[in-house]
Design a binder for this molecule. Structure first.
Ligand SMILES: [Zn+2]
Length: 64
């Protein structure tokens, strides 16, 4: 038994296009530019922190 017995799995090449690059760049918070806690729902692209600050301005109402 040799180490050559290990099967080599070919990985498919990932082609990065311009569009994917743009998508990557836009996946940050509009206001502070962070990627943490980003809300992409409804095309908001706002982090949770900024969402709290700007929710009222964006037309979201708090329901307590
Ligand atoms: Zn933010």
């Amino acid at each position: 038994m040799t180490t050559n017995d290990v099967k080599k799995i070919k990985k498919p090449k990932v082609v990065l296009s311009k569009t994917s690059k743009e998508l990557k760049r836009s996946r940050v918070c509009k206001f502070c530019g962070t990627q943490r806690g980003l809300i992409r729902k409804y095309n908001l692209y706002i982090c949770r922190r900024c969402f709290n600050d700007y929710a009222a301005e964006l037309g979201f109402k708090k329901y307590d």
